[in-house]
Design a protein. Structure first.
Length: 54
């Protein structure tokens, strides 16, 4: 249900059903990449914060 809500909010189809298999769409892949980058940046920021705190 969360995925459907997100698709409606973004007006994008993030996944598609191919028979019984769920596939990520190109916009879904791009959103995934953005999320991955955000998490990586957060991890870098936390790491630097720990280094500067010492």
């Amino acid at each position: 249900m969360r995925i459907h809500k997100r698709e409606e909010e973004l007006n994008l189809k993030l996944f598609k059903l191919n028979g019984r298999q769920l596939e990520i769409t190109p916009p879904g892949r791009q959103l995934y990449e953005y999320a991955r980058q955000i998490l990586q940046l957060e991890q870098q920021a936390r790491s630097r914060e720990c280094i500067q705190a010492d």
